[in-house]
Design a binder for this molecule. Structure first.
Ligand code: UDP
Ligand code: MG
Length: 338
């Protein structure tokens, strides 16, 4: 028996899928769906809107069920327990049928009229594999976002610009368009907001090309933001460390080593001026700092190797998936012929 692999890229019948994750968005759901549909009025092709209910505890699901009963273009994916937007997006990607997939948030932080712009970029340039709506690039902008939240987000994206594999101004945004093959090549794991980094990192590692598109990000008007500062900061820092370990190990290692060397020079100076009191723990401390610094740097080098092995595994994974696709499609084609 030939094993049948599940290949989600097969039979993608839609031109476009819009994925909207929703956690407690009862106040926004209807308005958002109407606006998204309006924005697709000029779209040449068929599309679907996939609203993913991420275990809402308010009426989101009821609202969605009512709307989708009247509109065949709106599909619902729903599960009972709240996990996070990463899970919601992954489920949406899996269940959707579009050859191009757009993700956008339920509070219309990005005006849906941009959807057509993102799609157009990919239609016009076959070299571009995914497009990122970018408020922080020149030409983009932010309106009505609380000062502290904006500052944190801007700083975070500045750091990520160095940590991430390609120089991106906004790597944390949800508003993006992907070619199906990009999503199908990735084994995504993130449950939360860090999914945006995970996709960017893995897709670039596989050689897919991103492009940023300047967009205006507007603060939420209705409902509550689910943004959790501590959780987001920790997950994004960890991600940066995974991506560019030398950013952290290099900095800490050089700092420790530097302090050790400076203190060593001071000890040498004391020694020659005769001011060094025997028994002072200073020398031990200097040795500790220098050894510690070297050790931290060595960790960094090992971590670098691990990062490159991880990327290599990703590439093998992709080859594996391509192979499965080849086998499945070949197999199904035979079945159809019979
Ligand atoms: N979201 C979700 N599950 C969660 C948290 C958020 O599906 O656990 C959705 C939310 O409904 C929204 C999007 O993810 O559509 C972004 O969330 P939010 O607007 O609260 O975050 P922010 O834009 O403030 O970062
Ligand atoms: Mg939002």
């Amino acid at each position: 028996m030939i094993p049948i692999f599940h290949y989600s890229g097969f039979f993608k019948t839609m031109d476009l899928s819009i994925i909207i994750p929703m956690f407690n968005e009862a106040e926004n759901a209807e308005h958002t769906l109407v606006r998204v549909e309006e924005s697709l009025g000029s779209f040449q092709g068929n599309y679907e809107i996939v609203a993913v209910n991420d275990g809402s505890t308010d009426n989101t699901l009821q609202v969605l069920e009512r709307i989708s009963a009247q509109n065949k273009k709106i599909n619902i994916v729903s599960y009972p327990r709240n996990v996070g937007r990463g899970m919601a997006l992954r489920k949406g990607f899996q269940e959707s049928k579009g050859k191009i997939v757009v993700s956008i948030d339920a509070d219309l932080s990005y005006d849906p009229h941009y959807i057509i712009d993102l799609v157009k970029i990919m239609k016009e340039d076959s070299q571009i594999d995914f497009v990122l709506g970018s408020p922080y690039m020149p030409g983009g902008g932010v309106e009505n976002v609380p000062f502290l939240r904006l500052w944190i987000s801007k700083m975070g994206n500045k750091i990520l610009r160095f940590a991430m594999p390609s120089r991106i101004y906004t790597s944390t945004g949800i508003f993006r368009a992907y070619r199906r093959k990009v999503l199908d090549s990735l084994e995504l794991e993130s449950d939360g907001k860090e999914i945006h980094l995970e996709i960017l990192s893995k897709a670039v590692a596989l050689g897919y090309r991103p492009k940023e598109f300047p967009a205006i990000l507007t603060g939420r008007k209705k409902g509550r933001s689910k943004f959790k500062f501590k959780k987001t900061a920790v997950s994004h820092l960890i991600f940066s460390a995974f991506e560019k370990p030398m950013m952290i190990f290099g900095f800490l290692g050089l700092l420790t080593l530097g302090i050790g060397v400076l203190m060593g020079l001071y000890v040498a100076y004391l020694r020659f001026t005769g001011g060094l009191t025997p028994g002072r723990p200073l020398i031990t401390f200097v040795i500790l700092l220098i050894l510690g610094g070297i050790q931290i740097l060595s960790f960094g080098f090992i971590a670098l190797q691990i990062v490159s092995i991880r990327k290599e595994i990703l590439r093998v994974q992709k080859e594996n998936m391509d192979l499965k696709k080849y086998i499945t499609e070949g197999f199904q084609a035979n079945e159809i012929n019979e």
